[in-house]
Design a protein around this ligand. Structure first.
Ligand code: ADP
Ligand code: MG
Length: 262
């Protein structure tokens, strides 16, 4: 089971879209995929039409019951989607209270990792959609994964946000003495603007090989797909956006295979 975390401390950069698009593509290929929503905004949960406010079990229970949750209970928290091979661990607003609840307890950073370990036979890939906040949820997501994908909007202000994210990663890496491989994913690329092009070049200058050589274009099909509650690859398989995510997936799978630390 491979676990990827999709994170950036900025909202609206395409984290949830990237999680859903890549998850959908992996499921299309017959991989068993679990999408973990730990953003209290629950965008990913709502994407699939799951009613976040009326759940018996959710990611919140995973964190609050901690070691008390059996593998069976964890499985009960998972929701199937209309997409074959694609399940969701749904989020609820209550997750926003976690930092206050568990902030200082020891071992609180490894709860998600331990929970996912229980389903390692059931899934090939787990993709974690993280809130844009440095806190117990992000720490858990990073501890639980083997790779971090960082969607970054190709515009100059977004590069500032990325600096913050990179400092956070260094902070977490130092405290855990473990540096995760990461891939920066340029998103919302508008080929009609120079700013988009320049931001992409600047990303390469700053982060070199960590920046995926392609980019995810602005594509209205993503919004249409989310309105239809379908993964992009099944809603518009030949769209520019889906083709771009396909080539991103190929890139990341190659990195994983090569075991590169990029
Ligand atoms: P985040 O999870 O980082 O907050 P989202 O993935 O929810 O960002 O994207 C924010 C908004 O932008 C959503 O309405 C989404 O549909 C839209 N969006 C994301 N990526 C694209 C894209 N490549 N082209 C067009 N719209 C996009
Ligand atoms: Mg989101």
């Amino acid at each position: 089971m491979r676990v990827w975390t999709i994170a950036n401390q900025k909202g609206g950069v395409g984290k949830t879209t990237t999680t859903v698009a890549l998850g959908g593509l992996l499921a299309d290929r017959g991989k068993r995929v679990l999408l973990v929503d730990i953003d209290p905004h629950a965008s990913l949960t709502y994407y699939f039409g799951i009613d976040s406010e009326h759940l018996e079990l959710s990611a919140f229970d995973v964190f609050t019951q901690n070691a008390g949750m059996t593998a069976e209970q964890f499985m009960q928290a998972l929701q199937p989607t209309a997409v074959k091979n694609l399940d969701v661990l749904p989020s609820t607003m209550a997750l926003a209270t976690l930092d206050r609840k568990l902030g200082t307890q020891s071992g609180m950073g490894l709860i998600l990792k331990k929970a996912l370990h229980q389903v390692r036979q059931e899934y090939d890939y787990v993709l974690i959609d993280v809130p844009p906040v440095l806190g117990v949820l992000m720490v858990n997501a990073i501890a639980a994964c083997q790779r971090i994908l960082i969607p970054v909007q190709t515009e100059f202000l977004a590069l500032k946000g990325l600096e913050r994210m990179m400092r956070t990663l260094t902070l977490i890496a130092n405290s855990r003495q473990q540096q995760h491989p990461y891939t920066i994913v340029p998103t919302l690329y508008d080929r009609r603007t120079n700013a988009s092009m320049q931001a992409h070049q600047r990303l390469r200058e700053l982060y070199g090989e960590h920046v995926w050589n392609g980019m995810i274009p602005v594509d209205t099909k993503f919004r249409d797909a989310s309105r239809a509650q379908q993964v992009p690859s099944q809603f518009a398989p030949k769209s520019r956006g889906v083709l771009a995510y396909q080539s991103l997936l190929t890139h990341v799978l190659q990195l994983d295979k090569a075991g590169e630390r990029l």
